[in-house]
Design a protein around this ligand. Structure first.
Ligand code: ATP
Ligand code: MG
Length: 358
C-alpha cells in the first residue's frame, strides 16, 4: 500500500495571491457565469453578522443573481467541532434560513441544505481522510486559532478533521468556486489537495475549486479580533438599530485621535472605516478623510448610521419571513432533496472510480 502522495504538499496560499486570483476570477465569471458552481456555508451557531455579510453573503447573492449555480450549506455537524453539544440547533438552523432569505438568497435558484440530511455527502469523508496526513491536519492555522478559542477542555477528532469534511461539502456537488472569508483559505487549499490526490489515485472525478475573496475578507468584531458568532463580538444582521448603536459604541479603537485608514498599523479603526465604506459604497480613505480630527466618537456615529441605513430593508424583509416558520421548513426539505440527488450521483462515481461499486 502506498503512503499518501505528499510530493506536492498543500502549500499555504497567501492572502495577496488569493486576492490577485480573485480579481482574475471576477473577469471569468462576468464573461461566462454558467461555467461556475459555488458552495459556501455557515455553522448554525447563531445569527449571521456583518462579517459574514461583507465577507461572503454579499458575494453569494451577487453570483446567484449573475446566474452562477449556488449551493448553501448549513453545517450542522460542524457545530460540534468546538463544543460538546450543539445547543438550540433547530432554532439556529431556522435563523440561518431567515438570514439567507432576508439578504436575497432565492431558494428557487439556490439549494439550501443541511449536512445531517445528506448521508452520501458525509460518506465522502472516509476516502478523503485517507488522502491527507495527520501532519497536514495539525498545521492548519485556522484550526489552531479555533482551538485557542474553543470552549472544550480537550480537542476533539472532529476539530482536526472538519477541513476534510469541508472538502466533502465542496466536492460532493463539484463546486469550482468558493466565495468565503480569509479564515477559509487553508481549508479550500486542503480541498484542492484532496481533489488532486483523489484524481491522481483513482482517475479524474473532481474539479479543483478556487476561493473568491471579497473586499472584506476579515472584518473585525467589537473586541478587535475576527468578528465571530461564537465570540460575543458580532453585530448581527438581525440586531435592531439601538443594539447596533450600542455595540458599535463599545468597539475597540486606538488612542490616536485623528482618523486615518491604515489596515496594518490601525486594524480596528480600519475595520470600522471599511464597514462604513462598504455600506455607503465608497472608499474607506474617503470616509477617514471626512472624519479626520473629529475622532473615534464621530467615526462610530458614522458607522452606526451607515450600518443601520444599509440593513434597514434587510431587517424588514427578515421580520416578514419570520412570520412563517412552515415556509422555512419547506425550503429545507426541498433543498435537502436536491442535495441528496447530487450527492448520491457523486458517490456512485466515487465508488466506481475506487472499484467499490458492487
Ligand atoms: P463561529 O464562531 O460559530 O465559527 P463564524 O462567525 O466564524 O462562526 P462561520 O459559520 O464559521 O462563522 O463562517 C461562515 C462564513 O463566513 C465563512 O465563509 C467565513 O469565511 C465567513 N466569515 C465569518 N466571519 C467572518 C469575518 N469576520 N470576516 C469575513 N468573513 C467572515
Ligand atoms: Mg467559524
Amino acid at each position: 500500500m502506498s503512503a499518501i502522495a505528499t510530493t506536492t504538499p498543500a502549500a499555504p496560499i497567501s492572502i495577496s495571491a488569493a486576492q490577485a486570483r480573485s480579481s482574475d476570477l471576477e473577469e471569468l465569471i462576468s464573461a461566462d457565469p454558467g461555467q461556475f458552481r459555488i458552495l459556501t456555508g455557515d455553522r448554525p451557531t447563531g445569527r449571521l453578522h456583518l462579517g459574514h455579510y461583507f465577507g461572503t453573503l454579499h458575494n453569494r447573492v451577487r453570483l446567484q443573481d449573475l446566474g452562477v449555480e449556488t449551493y448553501v450549506l448549513i453545517a450542522d455537524y460542524q457545530v460540534l467541532t468546538d463544543r460538546d453539544v450543539a445547543d438550540n440547533l433547530t432554532e439556529y438552523v431556522e435563523e440561518l434560513v431567515l438570514d439567507y432569505l432576508a439578504i436575497g438568497i432565492d431558494p428557487a435558484r439556490s439549494t439550501i441544505f443541511t449536512h445531517s440530511a445528506v448521508p452520501a455527502l458525509n460518506q465522502l469523508m472516509l476516502p478523503f481522510l485517507s488522502l491527507v496526513s495527520i501532519a497536514e491536519l495539525e498545521r492548519n492555522p485556522t484550526v489552531k486559532d479555533e482551538i485557542a478559542h474553543s470552549r472544550q477542555a480537550a480537542v476533539s477528532g472532529l476539530m482536526y478533521t472538519y477541513p476534510v469534511h469541508q472538502a466533502a461539502d465542496i466536492l460532493f456537488c463539484k463546486a469550482n468556486l468558493v466565495p468565503v472569508g480569509r479564515d477559509q483559505l487553508p481549508h479550500v487549499e486542503l480541498t484542492r489537495t484532496v481533489a488532486r490526490r483523489f484524481n491522481e489515485r483513482y482517475g479524474v472525478v473532481f474539479p479543483r475549486p478556487d476561493v473568491l475573496l471579497s473586499n472584506a475578507p476579515l472584518l473585525l468584531g467589537t473586541d478587535g479580533t475576527k468578528m465571530s458568532k461564537s465570540r460575543g463580538n458580532a453585530i448581527a444582521l438581525a440586531a435592531d438599530a439601538d443594539e447596533t448603536a450600542r455595540l458599535i459604541k463599545g468597539a475597540t479603537t486606538d488612542v490616536e485621535r485623528h482618523i486615518t485608514y491604515d489596515p496594518v498599523a490601525r486594524p480596528q479603526v480600519a475595520s470600522l472605516l471599511l464597514l462604513a465604506a462598504l455600506c455607503q459604497d465608497r472608499a474607506p480613505e474617503a470616509v477617514a478623510e471626512e472624519i479626520g480630527s473629529a475622532g473615534a466618537a464621530a467615526l462610530k456615529r458614522t458607522v452606526t448610521d451607515a450600518v443601520n441605513s444599509y440593513l434597514a430593508p434587510i431587517r424588514a424583509r427578515r421580520a416578514e419571513y419570520a412570520e412563517d416558520r412552515g415556509y422555512l421548513r419547506q425550503i429545507l426539505r426541498a433543498g435537502n432533496e436536491r442535495a441528496n440527488a447530487v450527492a448520491d450521483a457523486t458517490l456512485v462515481e466515487v465508488r466506481q472510480a475506487m472499484d467499490a461499486l458492487y
